[in-house]
Design a protein around this ligand. Structure first.
Ligand SMILES: NC(=O)c1ccc[n+]([C@@H]2O[C@H](COP(=O)([O-])OP(=O)(O)OC[C@H]3O[C@@H](n4cnc5c(N)ncnc54)[C@H](O)[C@@H]3O)[C@@H](O)[C@H]2O)c1
Length: 429
């Protein structure tokens, strides 16, 4: 491998994801450096600026001041929230910056196509954070498919199970709980990774027709226990309910950076008593059945590809175990596995025996520890490593995701949402 030069990054949006990518510079200081930070939230701006020793004159509370300062850098990491992606990504493109843009690219198809066109016109790169392409589980599957071992894909089946704590924290009480507020429905916010994987793994062809069903049918007022209250703190069911805020937010506290964000100070400065008070009036303390939103809690998506191959994706929120499952059937073999098991089964048809032979492929050893290097089965860290190489014009991995390579996965989501809402079958444009 040729020597890697140090790349300079600006971080736009210094929340949870922005900090994960910025921290690559602490893990691999010889490869990356954070030279500017931009965020209207003073707590996030200070935390990230201090962590990376960014001088005060290169800390900005808005993108316009950053652009006016004409800071030199190799790329801007755009980790703003979904509904800010289009506007901010466009400004960066027009200013001539390369960018690493968080998924989903944006909630509307015309905006997505506009970004693609403008980036081409301007000659800048926009890469998308499809971290799961980097998770060893999916990367290894892709390598096997590319090697032709299971032949041509006939069907591909995927499941995404979002476990109780995660679903409640992010999609019932959290900032992705209302499409009108956050810009994305559940399929776009949570499963544009899965539709991306579907199109990437099956990229011998392109998606052609889509249908989808789904609704919110469990987290509804009708399903709330009869004498339950609006907030969990004074609810008679708080000690038994699976979704109790006392349990999920206070005791388990799985995503503290989301739950306590609205308190306006660093989490380590928030006391237990302050948290208890906060949950008495904030949405994070509200009964999970009583939100007045229509974000689905289950959805199925069916896709027909141009070459006749088919794919299905089932998404459910509130499962007892977090998991992604995949089963790909090719004309010469099959691949089947649960991501959580860190292994999958490869079955190949043996013509002599006229039966299949099976091999277990374990990927645990390829996963970089998630404690040290962020999550997504090692995907976060591997993505940044590859991105640094991309910026330098070095060889990159099969997982690299340019904007135009992510179009099909997004188009499947837009078509599926149209189909679900209108009860129609949609053709991909
Ligand atoms: N790749 C993945 O697997 C993955 C996982 C989780 C989230 N995401 C996506 O990453 C993005 C960020 O999510 P997050 O959880 O870090 O959100 P976050 O709310 O923690 O961070 C977003 C930050 O952007 C800042 N911001 C808002 N408007 C801005 C603007 N105009 N200019 C600059 N900064 C602005 C906010 O103050 C906040 O600090 C979202 O699009 C989300 O869907 C991707």
């Amino acid at each position: 491998m040729s020597e890697i030069k140090k790349m300079k990054f600006a971080i736009l949006g210094c929340g949870n994801r922005g900090q994960v990518y910025a921290d690559y510079a602490l893990q691999c200081p010889e490869e990356a450096e954070v030279v500017a930070v931009i965020d209207p939230n003073p707590v996030h701006l200070k935390e990230t600026g201090d962590r990376h020793n960014v001088p005060q004159e290169r800390r900005f509370d808005n993108i316009h001041d950053f652009l006016a300062a004409k800071i030199e850098c190799d790329s801007v990491v755009n980790a703003t929230m979904d509904q800010q992606h289009y506007e901010t990504a466009l400004l960066l493109i027009e200013a001539g910056y390369n960018q690493l843009l968080e998924k989903p690219i944006c909630p509307k198809e015309d905006e997505l196509l506009d970004l693609e066109r403008k980036a081409k016109e301007k000659g800048v790169s926009v890469l998308i954070c499809h971290v799961l392409r980097y998770a060893p589980f999916y990367k290894r599957i892709k390598e096997i498919l590319n090697g032709g071992t299971i032949g041509s894909i006939l069907t591909l089946e995927q499941n995404e199970h979002v476990k109780i704590g995660h679903f409640i924290d992010s999609f019932v009480r959290g900032k992705w709980n209302d499409e009108n507020r956050c810009g994305s429905g559940l399929l776009l916010a949570k499963c544009c990774h899965d539709t991306d994987l579907m199109c990437w793994l099956n990229n011998a062809s392109a998606p052609k027709t889509v249908s989808s069903f789904g609704q919110r049918a469990w987290f509804t007022k009708e399903n709330a226990p009869k004498d339950s209250t609006e907030f969990c703190y004074n609810c008679p069911h708080t000690n038994t309910c699976l979704y109790s805020a006392q349990k999920i937010q206070l005791d388990v506290d799985e995503f503290p950076f989301q739950t306590w964000e609205g308190m306006g100070k660093p989490i380590e400065e928030v006391s237990y008593e302050e948290k208890v008070e906060y949950l008495k009036t904030n949405e994070y303390g509200k009964c999970a059945y009583k939100f007045d939103v229509d974000l689905v809690d289950r959805q199925v998506v069916n896709v027909l590809f141009e070459n006749g191959s088919t794919a299905t994706l089932t998404l459910v929120g509130g499962s007892v175990r977090a998991d992604r499952y995949i089963h790909i059937v090719g004309d010469k073999g099959e691949i089947e596995g649960h991501m959580i098991d860190e292994k999958f089964v490869l079955r190949i048809f043996d013509r002599e025996k006229f039966d299949f032979v099976e091999e277990i492929i374990t990927v645990s050893d390829d996963i970089v520890s998630s404690d040290k290097y962020g999550g997504h089965g090692g995907g976060d860290f591997a993505l940044m490593k590859d991105y640094v190489r991309f910026l330098q014009g070095a060889d990159t991995s099969i997982s690299i995701t340019r904007l135009d390579d992510s179009l099909n996965g997004h188009k499947v989501v837009y078509a599926a949402e149209k189909s679900r809402r209108n009860e129609t079958v949609e053709k991909i444009r």
